[in-house]
Design a protein. Structure first.
Length: 722
């Protein structure tokens, strides 16, 4: 099942952990029997157990997990500031996608998640997914609060190892450093929380011969459960509605959590994901016939060949330490490492098709690559709670360091002109594969920063959240051409939250984020980074004792220092390089409304509505292939052993191109459904149906990148917990 040597090593390690967990569980049972033979020992053991249950660190860890909450809402999130703020205390639009919601929707991968985040346009180019929020490209994400600029839209990370996903809309520069003012998306991984042997076995089957199976085991690894382990292994095989396309995944994840003392906790985890895709698209179908009319092909038709593939192997390591220094002051240290090995062989066709004959005079391109990218992340901070006038306050001070490196990259890309392709009888096997003879120069991007943040109770009803980050950013390439750095980039954060009623708050905030650019002035200096300023205000509420959260936000984002060509001028030292000046850029404004949680014991809801408009300094709309209005709704009803859900995803019209090459796609409404049955306390069966009414639509549009979305499809899963 696991062909890669890395996967074999990960699987072997996983089996060792599982065996150790089982032996530990048996040992604990033996100890319990021996304890029953002596009443004094039994009493002593009972006292020890009671003391362990009151350890503050362990209780906090359990409460932070959404995995067993059975809820669509989560009360706290750290993504915006690293402060452990309730959703109502965070002066930005924050939403948490819990494990219960992800499981009910059968959202298992990064790309499927992005398709279901309200306000995010997930535009598909091929295997790549380009994501936008509030009119700007999403160009970073976080895992356990550590930022990364490595691609996920291409690698499509499996979400099985994560407990929940926290989303902060707008600028998130205080915690991430450089990026666009689009969105901060933070995936919080699962921990080894269980002191006893517990497990979940799951198997599923679905449309187009899609099958998966997984096992998730957790256990204490010593007598008192202070040292715990977890192992997760998954395999899936997937065909597709598209001709030739198939995909397989192998995943292994191992986590160790250790409460070293009452004041020290340590966590270590490693994961390996092997993603193999064959018969893949590179680009999409042509948008126009030679007579200028729009094309219309069957959804299963793709331009590909049997030798094409797009494979990515991902290895990652996570480590964290929490040390209580004194009183409630804690030191937090985190490290993350990730390596991606990518191997591709791709085929692209661009051109137009004759409507009568189905023949296309096509420009064919082939591309093959082998690349390795590596990233290291370190974050250290101290949080210090205190009280003034019986009001709780907190300050944290920290610093972070991140390096993203292209270690090696080889490619080949011959072009074949005037290739005749018959779209009535596609046969692309005549185009052979190519070797990777060209080399890209290795490069690295390094970011470092120091930050401070705090929450302050100014009055009984008025709280302030404030902070600032000072960042350094540097890009270095082997050739030296394009190397640059920006120092002392200041990112402020300030927000106020006012409780108008015990369960209703008004908030307002300002923050920004910087985005380095590689354009130069006539004198040869690099332009300063683009600044994205985020203004936001709104109202947040809690209902039903906090089981339901709502938020209405109004935002305005302004870009400044954006590069604009200076006609007829070149960089003095180059004479051929175009010169630029800095001008005002895009302004995006709109609103978002979120509802998450439980209305009653029978009803759960996840609702989001978003609208924005984005224009440049000349008043021209930008990124018109981003839906201006979006809405996602999923409602679940629970009664006895049954639960059922219905979902609706809406996105408004999008366009690409202008004039005769303009492409439009009208409003889209996609429906989904879920039906689950709890056979007994251990066994659950669930059926998911996506695109319930079999709507024909495009996930991406463009002159030669028309990519259909999936037709109606079903997944039946069986889960056994013990």
């Amino acid at each position: 099942m696991f062909s890669s040597p890395y996967a074999k090593k990960a699987l072997a390690l996983s089996i060792k952990i599982a065996i150790l967990s089982s032996f530990t569980s048996v040992s604990l049972n033996v100890l319990a029997i021996e304890a029953q033979q002596d009443s004094s020992i039994l009493a002593e053991q009972a006292n020890k157990t009671q003391q362990l249950q009151t350890i503050t660190l362990q209780a906090t860890q359990e409460n932070s997990s959404s995995e067993n909450s059975k809820s669509y809402t989560h009360h706290q999130a750290k993504t915006a500031t690293k402060l452990d703020l309730a959703l109502r205390e965070t002066p930005q639009n924050v939403k948490v996608y819990t494990k219960e919601y992800l499981d009910d929707r059968n959202i298992t991968s990064f790309q499927s998640l992005m398709n279901n985040i309200t306000g995010v346009t997930a535009s598909r180019t091929d295997e790549r997914q380009n994501n936008y929020a509030r009119g700007f490209a999403v160009d970073y994400y976080l895992i356990d609060g550590l930022p990364s600029t490595m691609s996920l839209g291409e690698g499509d990370l499996d979400l099985s190892i994560f407990d929940r996903v926290e989303v902060v809309k707008g600028a998130n520069g205080l915690m991430t450093g450089a990026g666009n003012p689009a969105m901060g998306l933070n995936m919080i991984r699962k921990h080894a929380d269980s002191k006893e042997l517990t497990g979940t076995l799951q198997a599923s089957g679905g449309s187009w011969d899609n099958y998966s199976s997984s096992i998730d085991l957790s256990s204490g690894l010593n007598e008192d459960g202070s040292f715990r382990g977890r192992v997760f292994v998954k395999h899936s095989d997937e065909d597709s509605f598209m001709d030739h396309y198939e995909k397989s995944r192998n995943i292994a994840y191992v986590a160790l959590d250790y409460d070293v003392t009452d004041s020290t906790s340590f966590s270590l985890a490693a994961t390996y994901q092997e993603l193999e895709r064959n018969g893949i698209r590179w680009g999409g179908m042509p948008a126009f016939y030679t007579d200028g009319t729009k094309t219309h092909f069957d959804r299963d038709l793709t331009v590909t060949s049997d030798w094409t593939y797009w494979n990515i192997d991902t290895q990652a390591v996570f480590a964290s330490l929490k040390q209580n220094l004194f009183n409630d002051i804690n030191l937090n240290v985190a490290y993350a490492y990730r390596r991606d090995d990518k191997d591709t062989a791709l085929l692209y066709f661009g051109g137009k098709v004759d409507k009568a004959t189905g023949l296309g005079n096509i420009k064919a391109s082939t591309y093959s690559s082998r690349a390795t990218t590596e990233e290291n992340n370190v974050d250290v901070y101290v949080n210090m709670p205190f009280s003034i006038a019986n009001r709780e306050q907190e300050i944290l001070i920290g610093g972070s360091w991140n390096r993203n490196e292209l270690l090696k990259s080889y490619y080949g890309n011959p072009v074949i002109d005037n290739y005749i392709l018959d779209f009535n009888d596609l046969d692309t096997s005549v185009v052979g594969s190519i070797s990777t003879t060209n080399r890209l120069s290795p490069y690295q991007t390094t970011q470092s920063g120091a930050y401070v943040a705090g929450k302050f109770s100014l009055l009984d009803r008025l709280k302030m959240v404030a902070g600032a980050r000072l960042s350094n950013w540097e890009y270095e390439i082997e050739t030296g051409t394009g190397s640059r750095e920006f120092k002392d980039e200041l990112t402020p954060y300030i927000g106020f939250v006012y409780d108008v009623l015990p369960e209703h708050s008004l908030y307002a905030s300002y923050t920004d984020i910087f985005k380095p650019q590689n354009n130069r002035t006539p004198t040869g200096d690099y332009l300063d980074p683009i600044l994205g300023k985020n203004y936001e205000t709104g109202v947040k509420s809690e209902f039903f004792d906090g089981r339901l959260n709502t938020a209405l936000s109004i935002f305005r984002i302004e870009q400044s220092n954006v590069a604009e060509k200076i006609d007829g001028q070149f960089v003095e030292t180059s004479k051929t390089e175009q010169a630029y000046r800095a001008v005002d850029g895009v302004v995006s404004k709109g609103f978002e409304f979120e509802v998450d949680g439980e209305i009653s014991e029978q009803w759960a809801v996840n609702l989001g509505i978003a609208n924005f408009e984005a224009k440049d300094a000349k008043g021209t709309k930008v990124n018109t292939d981003n839906a201006r209005t979006m809405a996602n709704l999923f409602v679940k009803y629970m009664q006895n052993q049954w639960n059922a859900g219905i979902g609706l995803n809406y996105r408004s019209q999008v366009t690409s191109g202008t004039g005769a090459t303009k492409i439009e796609q009208g409003d889209i409404v996609l429906a989904s459904a879920m039906l689950g049955y709890q056979v007994d306390p251990n066994i659950k069966v669930q059926l998911n149906i996506d695109n319930l009414f079999d709507k024909t639509y495009y996930e991406g549009i463009g002159a030669n990148r028309m990519n259909y979305g999936a037709p109606r499809n079903t997944t039946l899963s069986v889960q056994y917990k013990f």
